[in-house]
Design a protein around this ligand. Sequence first.
Ligand SMILES: *Cc1c(COP(=O)(O)O)cnc(C)c1O
Length: 396
Amino acid sequence: MSITPLMPVYPRCGFRPVRGDHCHLIGEDGRRYLDFAAGIAVNILGHSHEGLIGAIQQQAATLMHVSNLYGSPQGEHLAKRLVDLTFADTVFFTNSGAEAVECAIKTARAYHQHVGNDHKFELITFKNAFHGRTMATISASNQEKMHKGFMPLLPGFKYVDFDDLEGAKAAMGPNTAGFLVEPIQGEGGIRPASESFMHGLRSLADEHDLMLVLDEVQTGVARTGTMYAHEQYDIVPDILATAKGIGGGFPLGACLATEKAARGMVFGAHGSTYGGNPLAMAAGEAVLDVVANEEFLTHVRTMSDKLRARLEQFIGNYPELFELVRGRGLMLGVKMKMESRAFVGHLRENQQLLTVSAGDNTLRLVPPLVIDESHIDEFMEKLSAGASSFSPGEDA
Ligand SMILES: *Cc1c(COP(=O)(O)O)cnc(C)c1O
């Protein structure tokens, strides 16, 4: 047998973390790595946050899981908190980002089908988007590398260029149910949508009774310096998917919706065995306790401004490697002059610095939101040493 026990779908690198210490990870060999990847924008409180650990420990010892057939004081409480913090009137809890997007897609379809508009099932989505790895969420993306081997796709998605409002308008037809979009494309290369695009989609949705569905799985939960990125665009969605940071490392996601948008999500329409169980709710509460306040959001924006200014200044030293810096809050991307994967590997192997590659030649920086200036100093030192010793063409 040559297949590995762990299904070989990830090209795993040699670094094997065994312990976390705030904004660092420690490998099997005891070496410390500065973590500006944070489990891909997940560990927003770092790796050893006492509040989060304590909440999980306490809840695990009290009650871990019960069925959604029973009442849930924990679920009601966290849902109410999210409703109070956002545009939403109602929340469905999931265990992952893809499930949150899946629920968002179903909610958008059900909005129309609930009143007999069965033909309105199509969502207009955007090229190079990433919405997850289930059949519906890969079908929502035009990226062929995620489709290969899994045909046929689920019908009902139409792909348009990202940030192209005219294209989105032209793609609309009698079957259109709404739009599904990331306000800042994450995997696609940390590419923020323009104000006019987001406002335009909101207006089109209003004019034609369509659902504006935001995938804020990566941009949400203080990552961009506001609780959700759409707040910075001064628009509200009808439906929103959130995950990654919301559990701080515990698997948790949610689909948020207005009362109007959720009209089709009635008894029996949807469900999840684990979704919203007391253990996950405890993690979500502990994360919100830390991040859902102006002081924390200001901290994220301050760290973002400092990191961004340092990066902007730094990339000028290496015009052959770096092109520009983009993103918002602590979701920043450095667009490179070549594929970023080899440089990510170089930083990891030679500087013990963890970053993530993204599409469009982008070096993705999504550190824990609890970094302070000492981490930015350490990051810049490592980045600088890494850039000076990097030869493009080097193996990842
Ligand atoms: C990570 C991500 C997802 C998928 O989340 P999973 O938890 O891996 O299922 C969906 N949408 C966006 C924008 C993401 O960044």
